[in-house]
Design a protein. Structure first.
Length: 187
């Protein structure tokens, strides 16, 4: 099953541009140990350049890397942040949200759990839908289907979650059209 991480980069950047239209530098937080992240950075850089924006790549592979990464973000005057999906980042969700809040940087995440914990916005594959599709796939296997005969499944449901409390704290106004497109709005 694919989660379409790289394929959703243009949409995440589009959403971030709606929230922070004057952003000229977009930072991206990646785990340098994750083999998928170079292609994610290339995808973001391509879309950002097409929109006249610069990309600042920040890395964090251990707990102590987050503070310097966010200090660099502020020093280099990044206007917004994209957090790449990574299991290590998932386990450090509160630390990342705390730093983004303290540094007052608009941040977009892949998973809704970040926004429910106080992050600004997320756009990504619905994990509930992924789990449902995995159940369907498992059912086919249990009924005797050969794994080699089954196709790669792609997600069909995506979630846009916005935290209005965080937007207000950052001094951002969320447009009514963006709110109308949201699957969930946290007030």
């Amino acid at each position: 099953m694919s989660l379409l991480n790289n394929e959703l980069v243009p949409k995440r950047l589009e959403l971030l541009r709606e929230l922070v239209p004057r952003a000229t530098t977009i930072a991206i937080l990646v785990n340098p140990d994750n083999r998928n992240h170079p292609s994610y950075v290339v995808a973001l850089d391509s879309v950002a350049r097409a929109g006249g924006q610069k990309v600042l790549v920040l890395g964090a592979r251990i707990d102590t890397d987050f503070e310097p990464a966010f200090a660099t973000l502020v020093q280099r005057r990044a206007d917004a942040l994209v957090v790449a999906a990574d299991p290590f980042f998932d386990s450090r969700r509160d630390q990342i949200i705390s730093l983004a809040t303290r540094r007052a940087v608009p941040t977009i995440f892949q998973w809704h759990e970040f926004v429910q914990a106080g992050g600004l916005i997320s756009y990504g594959t619905s994990l509930a839908d992924v789990h449902r599709l995995q159940g369907v796939y498992s059912g086919r296997l249990l009924k005797g289907a050969k794994p080699a005969d089954l196709p790669v499944i792609q997600p069909t449901k995506f979630e846009l979650i916005i935290n209005l409390k965080t937007a207000k704290a950052l001094g951002l106004e969320v447009s009514p059209t963006l709110l109308a497109r949201a699957d969930e709005v946290i007030e």
